[in-house]
Structure formats: structure tokens, C-alpha cells
Ligand binder design. Sequence first.
Ligand SMILES: Cc1cc2nc3c(=O)[nH]c(=O)nc-3n(C[C@H](O)[C@H](O)[C@H](O)COP(=O)(O)OP(=O)(O)OC[C@H]3O[C@@H](n4cnc5c(N)ncnc54)[C@H](O)[C@@H]3O)c2cc1C
Length: 255
Amino acid sequence: MSVKFIEGRIVGRKDHTESLFSLQFDAPLDGFVAGQFCRVGLQLVTEKGDEIVMRPYSLVNSPNERPFEIVLIEVAQASGGVLTPALAKLKIGDPLYVAPRANGFFSMPEVPDADVLWGLSTGTAIGPYLSFMKTDAPWSKFKKVVFVHAVRTAAELTYRDQIDAIAQAHPEQFQYIPFVSREDVPGAIRGRIPNAIADGSLEARAGLALTAETSHCMLCGNPDMVNDTTAILEARGLRKHKRKEAGHITTEAYW
Ligand SMILES: Cc1cc2nc3c(=O)[nH]c(=O)nc-3n(C[C@H](O)[C@H](O)[C@H](O)COP(=O)(O)OP(=O)(O)OC[C@H]3O[C@@H](n4cnc5c(N)ncnc54)[C@H](O)[C@@H]3O)c2cc1C
């Protein structure tokens, strides 16, 4: 029988805002492909009784970096959050459960070559992009990589140090375009990703065309962004990518 989970231990924690935080942990996990997620959990008393509650989280670290790292938002109990209110209380040294094998297809080996990779993310979905942008894979696969991070407030524009390091390592290939919806922030576009694709402002900012001939789009995070953006891209002639039939859109919705 395969092992469902193993024990890990928190070795680091960073709080970005009151509800947005990163956890670092050690655990004897199998290797993984950059962009994949692992399942993390805790023993909790829920309405079903005493149980281990596991949820998927994208790994932020690249496969050759340790410790393992995830970035997450606390969903308040009143809004239906079960595991995150408990994860939000974890301190260095605390145990947690981790499934031994990472999973998922939101990764470079699953994506076809193109001139431009558009990496479109919301909130905590910055994680898988950081993981694979810290490897060599996207830089040999694409001529340009445009990474878009859409959040509500400037404080949620996380991992700026890692973004800066990626920009320094790939100055000709990489562009970072932040979106902030609830406040004006210098350098950021105020608004939502689907609207900025529909009205051409994202392409104008990047100085690149987003077409089926040139582009592959990876969409991750909030399902409204994923669905609305997919609809706009499909109206432009881009198709969902399938293993058996190459397309232009790869998605991972977080809920
Ligand atoms: C493949 C995959 C990868 C994921 N990776 C991450 C990750 O890296 N970081 C992360 O924070 N979450 C991630 N999630 C979501 C995560 O698994 C949990 O659903 C989330 O942390 C909430 O857990 P919960 O038990 O507190 O509430 P749940 O019972 O899981 O969800 C309750 C409600 O919370 C809302 N919600 C869930 N996730 C989010 C979110 N990220 N932001 C805002 N609202 C949300 C939804 O309305 C959902 O219905 C991922 C989900 C999937 C499917």
C-alpha cells in the first residue's frame, strides 16, 4: 500500500500581510518537477470528527532548493476555510503532514515551445512560476517570458527579491508586470488580467503580441481569472493545450 503522508517539520515562516504567509518545511519528499504541488495537512477536529485534513499547495522552491516552501492565504473559518486557519498558527519546529509525492501538470515538460510564455497568476499562485523560473527550462524553451502577478494591494506583491534575481539573470528575456486592483501603485497596472488582455493594455505594456502564432499562456490561481481569461484567449483563436493535441493555454485553478 502506498504511504498517504509522512511527517515534516516547519523550519521557517514569513508573514507578508495579516493573512498572507509563507511556510518552509523539511520532509523526506520524493523529487518533483518545478511547477508541481504537494499535499500538506494537519490533524484537526472538524465537523466530521478527528481527521487529517490535506490540501494541495504549489511548491515555491525549485527542485534543487531546500527547504520546501509554500505560500498561502488564510481563508477565515467564516468564509469556509478549514485547514488554513490552523496552518496560519504554525511556528518553527511544529510538525505537519506531507504527501510523499508531488503532482501536477503545470510544468515546463508539459508545455509546448513558443516564442513568448505569458505566465498569468493571481495572489498565491506566484509559487509555481517562481519554482520553474528558477530553473533553466523556460529560458531555453521561450524567447521571452512575461510574468504577470495580479493582487489586491501592494503588500501582496510578494517575493520581489526573487523576481529581481530572475530579472537580473535573464535581462533580455524576462518581464515582470504587476497588477494591483485596489490601489494605485507605481509601475503596476490597476485592474484585472482579462480586461487588460481584452483592451490590449497588457500587450502594449509588454511590447509583445499575444497571438496563437507566437504565444503560450499559463494561467494559475483564482478560478474567475482563469475562466474569464481563457474565454478571452479562446475568442482570439488560442486553444486549451492537451497532451494529445498541442494548444496555447495551460491552466491550474486553485479552487
Ligand atoms: C493544484 C492546487 C494548488 C494549490 N496551491 C495553493 C497555493 O500554493 N497556495 C494557496 O494559498 N492555495 C493553494 N491552493 C488552494 C488550497 O489547496 C486550499 O484550498 C486553500 O488553502 C484553502 O484551504 P482551506 O482548507 O482553509 O479551505 P477550503 O475548504 O479548501 O476552501 C474554502 C474556500 O476558500 C477559498 N479559497 C481557496 N483557496 C484560496 C486561495 N488561494 N485564495 C483565496 N481564496 C481561496 C475558496 O472560496 C474555497 O471554496 C491550491 C489548490 C489546488 C487545487
